[in-house]
Design a protein around this ligand. Structure first.
Ligand SMILES: *Cc1c(COP(=O)(O)O)cnc(C)c1O
Length: 372
């Protein structure tokens, strides 16, 4: 699905020299690399504060702690996402409320969000799924009307632009109260291990988040609140500093591959290509097809037999997962997610895809589609 080795080979001299430098400095935690990365990412995103942390799941949890969400508070997110989003809500004793997504963009359905709001709702967590922003203008309006926090899960969409109706562009993750992201190796900005970050323009909240990632410490050995231990280490920050200047060109490489796939599948009724929203650029964390009247699992097996990587994101809705059943979700309202879990399939998507590989992949898929 990804080619991290191929990507590394293009930047090997830079990475190898930098990692040697970090090793020699022996500043492994909270060193200059982390501080520099923080500043560089703040500049890239045009945001006042980036708070690095250990991974994208922690980032979500720390955001909810920083916003002082309390047990019993309801947090609305989507049924069609990676489990981390719901996991942290549950871990903090908050109540997850799952809403459906749009069948074409896979992002939060704004009408469903509106309907799910109760007097207990405190926060909304839109997930910018597969590399494209949710409808933030509508979500922010609803949040404002009901006095709710918006936490943007940007693990899959770092670098994507949201385009407001007045033409203003903002980076994914910089529009809500807090944005969170992941630097897991296969993400669009991937480290060589775990990593994550939070983004905010709120000075007071930033100070609080910085304290929470470091055991709730205010000054050395004085603790104002209960925190966690969640750090980005210097090696990861060093890798991320090298990769950040390439992030936009990485997105272009992904868009190029997506356009190739689009063209190849354009004239086939049995294949529905991913829709681009008018209000967002797409950085293609995943390229995800929807199949119409084709056995998705059979295609999955066929591609595996042809040694073509492919994946099902996601095979089971969160509301059907054993771990979350006790929340008794309103499952009648989650029909789109149920359907998507049966019909989606994601194709290889990364920065190193060659034309030859792309035509091999698309030809095999079309062979299969034409047979059935
Ligand atoms: C990857 C991911 C996360 C979690 O990030 P980790 O760094 O793996 O903890 C959270 N939300 C979404 C949507 C993700 O894709």
């Amino acid at each position: 699905m990804v080619d991290l080795q191929g990507q590394y080979l293009h930047i090997q001299p830079l990475i190898d020299a930098k990692l040697k430098e970090v090793t020699a400095s022996a500043q492994f935690i909270n060193g200059d690399e982390v501080k520099s990365f923080q500043k560089e990412l703040e500049n890239y995103l045009s945001i006042k504060h980036v708070i690095p942390c250990a991974n994208g799941t922690d980032a979500l949890q720390i955001a909810m702690m920083g916003l002082n969400l309390q047990p019993g508070d309801e947090v609305i997110t989507v049924d069609f996402t990676f489990a981390a989003t719901v996991e942290v809500i549950a871990l903090l004793g908050l109540k997850p409320v799952l809403v459906d997504v749009y069948p074409d963009t896979f992002n939060m359905d704004v009408d469903a969000l509106q309907k799910a709001i109760t007097p207990k709702t405190k926060a909304i967590v839109p997930v910018h799924l597969f590399g494209q922003c949710a409808n933030m203008e509508a979500i922010l309006k609803i949040a404002k009307a009901h006095n709710l926090f918006v936490i943007e899960d940007t693990a899959q969409a770092i670098g994507a632009d949201y385009i407001f109706k007045d033409g203003i562009h903002k980076k994914a993750g910089t529009m809500g109260a807090v944005g969170t992201t992941s630097f897991f190796p296969s993400k669009n900005l991937g480290a060589y291990g775990d990593g994550g970050a939070l983004f905010t323009n709120d000075d007071l909240l930033a100070e609080k988040l910085r304290s929470i990632v470091n055991h709730g410490m205010s000054k050395r050995y004085y603790y104002n609140r209960i925190g966690v231990n969640s750090r980005l280490d210097s090696m990861q920050a060093a890798v991320l500093r090298i990769k950040l200047p390439f992030l936009d060109s990485y997105a272009q490489a992904r868009q190029k591959a997506a356009n190739f796939y689009d063209k190849a599948f354009a004239n086939y009724d049995k294949i529905s290509i991913p829709k681009r929203s008018v209000f967002s650029t797409h950085v293609f964390h995943q390229y995800t097809l929807k199949l119409v009247g084709v056995d998705r699992d059979a295609l999955h097996e066929f591609l595996k037999s042809q040694k073509i990587p492919n994946a099902i994101y996601y095979p089971v809705p969160l509301h059907k997962q054993e771990a979350y059943k006790h929340f008794k979700f309103d499952t009648d309202q989650l029909e789109v997610t149920k359907e998507l879990c049966q019909t989606v399939i994601s194709l290889p998507m990364h920065t190193e895809l060659e034309l030859e590989q792309l035509s091999f992949i698309t030809n095999k898929i079309l062979d299969f589609i034409e047979q059935v």
